[in-house]
Design a protein around this ligand. Structure first.
Ligand code: 5GP
Ligand code: MN
Length: 323
């Protein structure tokens, strides 16, 4: 689906002056690379831009810098004339502060995204689910508007592609993502900075957390699901944060028998954040939708309230039904 075309996007951007760019909470490399990359591009057009994210930049992505990054809407002017949402298709993913702000916002809204099953009005959306990362759509906009690419901007966008394809290992990798990654390298994108930041920043405390997560690991042969979780207490006892459990669902998936990797982290008492990863076994965005979440075919997530064992059984049953 792509009702908003590049021409319409360009003219809306060119006709706007104060632009707020918003990406999803718990930001990953694509959310930050795309939103901050777009911010840098629009700055070159002399637009007055702000990037909002409810959460702070995780340490492993601290090389993505933005001078106008805010986590609180009171810091932005009243005269925003365009909000651009990136890497999300459900305003809930931006957080409740933005959802409230939207109730009284009367100007233009644009959504640039690559997730399945949008929960927003499609007339505002530039969505291409065939794109491996939102960063690819940002590249297309920059290219169409003939905005100068530079090393830092190219690095931001390549971070989005590397993150969402897991370094071209996921099945969402295609000739377009390889082609645009190659163009970004030609523009000077710093691949070794991205790789060292994303993959070599692990600490011993992460191993201590992984020990706990692996001791909770269960494989269900009927649903072919590798499942594990950690609690707030586990994070506290190992002096770690949610960043230290990034990638666990993918890690389970990398084992031969596992067709779906599930990692669950506690976010509050009996409230859980679920990450799902697969390689085409079933459509995970559909599975996550059943639980009120969303995502892509091979990477999706949702929030769950209740007992962890009920969640595990519920998931296994729904996976068996979907198969
Ligand atoms: P992750 O497991 O890395 O948090 O998320 C995997 C994918 O699913 C991402 O593309 C993310 O945007 C999407 N996703 C994760 N959690 C949710 C959720 O609660 N709601 C929706 N709509 N999408 C989610
Ligand atoms: Mn993405």
């Amino acid at each position: 689906m792509s009702i908003f075309n590049l021409e319409k996007i360009s003219s809306l951007i060119l006709n706007s002056h104060n632009i707020l760019i918003v990406s999803h909470y718990d930001p990953d490399g694509d959310a930050l690379g795309s939103s901050i990359g777009l911010y840098k591009a629009l700055n070159k057009l002399k637009k007055n831009c702000y990037v909002y994210n409810r959460d702070k930049i995780p340490d492993y992505l601290s090389f993505i810098k933005c001078s106008n990054l805010i986590d609180c809407l009171s810091k932005i002017p009243n005269d925003i004339d365009l909000i651009i949402f990136v890497d999300l298709n459900d305003f809930e993913r931006a957080g409740s502060e933005i959802e409230k702000y939207m109730l009284s916002f009367k100007n233009n809204i644009m959504v640039i995204d690559h997730h399945q099953n949008p929960k927003i009005d499609s007339k505002n959306a530039f969505i291409e689910t065939s794109c491996s990362a939102t960063a690819i759509l940002i590249f297309k906009i920059i290219d169409h508007m003939q905005i100068d690419m530079d090393k830092e901007l190219a690095t931001n966008l390549l971070t989005g592609i590397i993150t969402d394809t897991s370094s071209f290992k996921n099945s969402n990798t295609n000739s377009q993502s390889l082609d645009i990654a190659s163009k970004l390298l030609d523009f000077g994108a710093d691949l070794s900075l991205i790789n060292s930041s994303i993959y070599n920043d692990k600490s011993i405390k992460r191993i201590n957390l992984e020990k706990k997560i692996l001791s909770n690991f269960l494989f269900d042969n009927n649903s072919k699901t590798g499942f594990s979780y950690c609690t707030l207490q586990d994070y506290e006892e190992t002096n770690t944060t949610k960043e230290d459990s990034e990638g666990m669902a993918n890690y389970f998936l990398h084992h031969m028998e596992v067709m779906i990797g599930v990692f669950v982290r506690e976010i509050d008492d009996k409230s859980w954040k679920v990450s799902l990863r697969s390689n085409g076994y079933i459509d995970l965005s559909k599975l996550a939708n059943i639980f009120g979440g969303g995502g892509h075919k091979n990477a999706a997530g949702f929030k769950y309230s209740g007992e962890i064992e009920d969640l595990r059984k519920d998931l296994n049953n729904k996976i068996i039904n979907e198969k």
